[in-house]
Design a protein around this ligand. Structure first.
Ligand code: 13P
Ligand code: SF4
Length: 331
């Protein structure tokens, strides 16, 4: 008979000094094994404060890596070190090119305040930290941009153009995207890098029109990684946790269509049949982690030969930590 992964995972969790963390986009069977679950900000905060030495992090690479940066004493293992497609769109050379673009367009380097979405590699976070900048997530971007603006500098926002534009619109700011049309950094408050999430681009205005026509009175909730036109047409935009709270706060009979990753929407649907979703966009990298991977990772701790341990060099930890801590201290 094959291994009963679920039972073995339960056994290993009891036997070892380990916490299992999972993002909402993980497959249900993996998500159910988590001791700590949440959106990216909650996972960073809660895992950092968790007393256990070992964390097995089910999510995408930047999440486990961010935890290692803010809690370097922890042993962080990831059943799959899968890289978020958006995070892969920016590296330090693209970051430097974006800074150079602003300088070529008349903004002095010391007048640029970079903000990176947490969906980026630690090396990009370190560059941002060295330039006096900070990290944001989808749940705190408003406050972080507000803090950035208080410095009187121009904001360089990487890598998600949608998140940057969506919050600029919400805050009544001017934004532009480098490489898209005329992007004059002198005329804009928030200058965005041209990165995006391929999963959230699948939600379109047509989907919203379809639902509004088919179910008059329906509410539409989306993630701010969606296109700004979609976010403008929705009733609510927020991080994964904020979407869950929004839906839970609605009248139980209120129909709502949710525009975010399939595993989360499907889980919400099971609890509330009035939750609808247009397409089935699974995040390919979030879906890479299986129950078998989780079991093997825990077993590797028991066998004293840990696999997929996250390592970050000292220089990167120092500066990426500064950028992340600047975010974490903002409540
Ligand atoms: P949250 O911060 O909402 O968890 O978002 C993470 C993410 O990658 C969404 O695509
Ligand atoms: Fe990255 Fe998009 Fe997947 Fe989120 S849904 S982890 S942004 S690829």
């Amino acid at each position: 008979m094959g291994i009963d992964y679920k039972a073995e995972i339960e056994r290993l969790k009891k036997a070892l000094d380990v916490t299992v963390a999972a993002h909402y986009y993980q497959r249900d069977e993996v998500f159910e094994m988590a001791d700590i679950a949440g959106d990216s900000l909650e996972l960073a905060r809660r895992c950092k404060d968790d007393p256990k030495e070992w964390v097995v992090f089910c999510g995408v690479g930047f999440m486990g890596q961010s935890l290692k940066v803010i809690a370097p004493h922890k042993r962080v293992l990831m059943p799959k070190i899968a890289c978020c497609a958006m995070a892969r769109m920016i590296d330090i050379s693209y970051f430097d090119e974006s800074v150079a673009y602003m300088v070529e367009h008349g903004i002095k380097k010391e007048d640029i305040l970079p903000i990176t979405y947490i969906n980026s590699d630690a090396s990009v976070k370190a560059k941002v930290g060295e330039m006096g900048g900070l990290v944001c997530t989808s749940s705190n971007a408003y406050k972080i941009i507000e803090r950035g603006l208080a410095s009187g500098k121009k904001i360089l926002f990487v890598p998600d153009r949608c998140l940057g534009q969506n919050f600029a619109i919400q805050m009544g700011l001017k934004s532009c995207v480098i490489g898209v049309g005329e992007c004059d950094p002198k005329e804009a408050d928030v200058i965005c890098f041209n990165g995006f999430c391929s999963v959230h681009q699948l939600f379109t205005l047509d989907d919203i029109e379809f639902y509004r026509e088919k179910y008059p009175g329906i509410k539409i909730a989306v993630h701010p990684e969606c296109d700004p036109r979609v976010v403008q047409a929705a009733d609510f935009a927020g991080s994964t946790s904020q979407i869950i709270s929004y839906v839970n706060g609605l009248d139980p009979e209120q129909k709502v269509a949710v525009g975010t990753e399939y595993n989360l929407v499907h889980r919400m649907r099971k609890a509330n049949t009035f939750v609808l979703s247009s397409t089935k966009p699974e995040c390919p990298t979030m879906n890479e982690t299986t129950l078998e991977d989780l079991y093997k990772t825990l077993k590797s701790i028991e066998d004293h030969s840990p696999i997929n341990e996250i390592q970050v060099d000292e220089h990167t930890i120092k500066w990426a930590n500064i950028a992340l801590e600047r975010m974490l201290e903002i409540k």
